[in-house]
Ligand binder design. Structure first.
Ligand code: FES
Length: 131
């Protein structure tokens, strides 16, 4: 079995890598795919096509169970805000074998969405003054 915990929500999903249904967003078995399978919100302005950085997550534990950083993901990550050790794109990095992984969603991303601001990259952001 594979297991992922999203921080700071501290929500954990456990699943069988062989039977996880692909949800058409990002790479199969990616964090975005897992989030979509479970109704967990992970921002993905480009639809999981490695064309933005809104799915930025930071791997805190279990990197050895995940795919290696590929060139297109690395190129896009270079443009990500708050880049840090363990930074990956949630739609590109994917499980390659069973294990337990912990990832954190950077605060600049989660705070904006949780406050009802919508996605800035999708053009539906609500200016703070109008809330
Ligand atoms: S959703 Fe755009 S790069 Fe991952």
């Amino acid at each position: 079995m594979a297991k992922v915990t999203f921080l700071p929500a501290n929500v954990t999903y456990e699943f069988d890598l062989e039977t996880l249904p692909y949800q058409e967003h990002g790479k199969p078995k990616s964090f975005l795919d897992i989030a979509q399978n479970n109704g967990f919100h992970l921002e993905h302005a480009c639809g999981g096509n490695c064309a933005c950085t809104t799915c930025h997550v930071v791997v805190k534990q279990g990197e050895e169970f995940l795919s290696e950083l590929e060139d297109d993901e690395a190129d896009k990550l270079d443009m990500a805000a708050d880049l840090q050790v363990g930074s990956r794109l949630g739609c590109q990095v994917h499980f390659v074998r069973d294990g337990e992984v912990v990832v954190e969603i950077p605060s600049w991303n989660r705070n904006y969405v949780s406050e009802g601001g919508g996605s800035m990259n999708l053009g539906d952001a609500i200016p703070v003054a109008k809330k």
